[in-house]
Ligand binder design. Structure first.
Ligand code: PMP
Length: 392
């Protein structure tokens, strides 16, 4: 029977990570996996997280089962973080804790057929590598819309996205990245958000905003501005959130799924439905990360100061890399790195040139030419700029 199993390929990201581990060159640089690194190239546990963990360990609270929805203080904290502490939308939303942002994506993908059978989920192209597999594993149909820059000013080519979305039908889902688009780094302006919001209203599409990098772009409030605009304007909206990056809780699998409704009436029914989906899958989410996150939300200043330092580092590397490329006389298209937001950018080079970066210079990005900007230690920036210039 096992011989019937079709051959499966290993995850390409992990294959590259393994190749990197086996590379003997000292000057090798890993820009593959999306984790934040500090100026020395380390991914430390945030001090605010360490302090919360010490308090948790000292209190030695019971490890008996928690609520099906997860940690209620966490749920309250993350809802306010996403929507703003005084948002009137807080009264018409239901949030449950999930197994990371990934778990939230799958939970909501499983929820969608309950409210919109036969829906197509429209995802950006290029987009987050896991959007397609998750949505199709949940049985949704997939549509793609272009997510690219306008050459003249490096801003989002809204017309291209809109042209593709003209095909979307009432009841379909429009999946947008809340900020720091993965993999392109191209973020919509508030005017663009307004255009997507208007489109959803006109075509009766359900917005789904996936926000995995709040605090890594322009700041925690600025990064949530598009999501909040949509939340104010829509009676039905889905939100996926992750604490993996902005709290550095990657392996603790801490995230949330939110559903915004027209009013408070259907909220209990929504919660029961989400809990049933979760119960048939993993029962309830892990507690440790959400207990830590709940403490960070209660006393946010130390955590937010650390997050702001991460955000500035990413912005500084973008600027330094763009400056170096300018100095070398590299093509103008490389200046996109300066304007894009967050941890990722797609390099304006071909996959063959990406191979050369790896083979000749020991610089590893994904085969789709994505690099993790935050993976660069500050002293490595000139070397990466020179290598990019050399292969392009
Ligand atoms: N959505 C996007 C856009 C992502 O880039 C990621 C990866 N960080 C996720 C969701 C999944 O997040 P998590 O690691 O919390 O599962």
């Amino acid at each position: 029977m096992i011989s019937r199993l079709a051959p499966a390929e290993s995850d390409p990201l992990w294959a590259l990570t393994t190749a990197f581990a086996h590379d003997q060159r000292e000057e090798k640089i890993d820009l593959v996996v999306g984790v934040y690194r500090d100026a020395e190239g380390k991914t430390p546990v945030m001090q605010a997280v360490q302090d919360a963990e010490a308090r948790l360990a000292a209190s030695a609270a019971s490890k008996s089962y928690r609520c099906l929805s997860g940690n209620l203080e966490f749920i309250d904290g993350i809802s306010r973080f996403l929507l703003g502490p005084d948002s009137p939308v807080l009264d018409r939303q239901c949030t449950i804790q999930t197994v990371g942002g990934t778990g939230a994506l799958r939970l909501l993908a499983d929820f969608i057929p309950h409210i919109s059978p036969g829906a197509t989920a429209w995802i950006s192209d290029p987009g987050y590598v896991n959007h397609h597999p998750i949505m199709s594993a949940a049985g949704l149909k997939l549509g793609a819309y272009r997510w690219q820059e306008q050459e003249h000013d490096h801003s989002l080519d809204l017309a291209a996205a809109m042209e593709d979305l003209a095909e979307a039908q009432a009841g379909d889902v429009l999946l947008l990245h809340g900020c720091c688009h993965n993999p392109s780094g191209i973020d919509p302006t508030l005017e663009h958000w307004q255009a997507f919001s208007d489109l959803c209203r006109e075509k009766k599409l359900i917005p789904l905003v996936d926000i995995a990098y709040q605090g890594f772009g322009d700041g925690i409030e600025e990064d949530a501005a598009g999501l909040r605009l949509m939340a104010r304007e829509h009676e039905l909206m889905l939100v996926v959130a992750s604490c993996s990056k902005n709290m550095g809780l990657y392996c603790e699998r801490t995230g949330a799924a939110m559903i915004i409704a027209p009013d408070a009436k259907p909220l209990e029914n929504i919660r029961f439905t989400l809990e049933r989906i979760a119960r048939a899958n993993y029962s309830m989410p892990p507690d440790h990360g959400s207990s830590v996150a709940a403490m960070l939300f209660q006393d946010p200043e130390p955590w937010l100061a650390e997050l702001e330092a991460c955000r500035r580092r990413v912005a500084d590397i973008r600027r330094d890399l763009a400056d170096e490329l300018l100095k070398l006389g590299a093509a103008e298209k490389f200046q996109s790195l300066r304007y894009q937001k967050g941890m990722f950018s797609l390099l304006p080079i071909t996959p063959a040139q990406m191979d050369r970066l790896r083979q000749d210079f020991g610089i590893y990005g994904t085969t789709s030419c994505r690099i993790n900007i935050a993976g660069l230690a500050s002293h490595q920036t000139p070397a990466v700029a020179k290598a990019l210039f050399a292969v392009s």
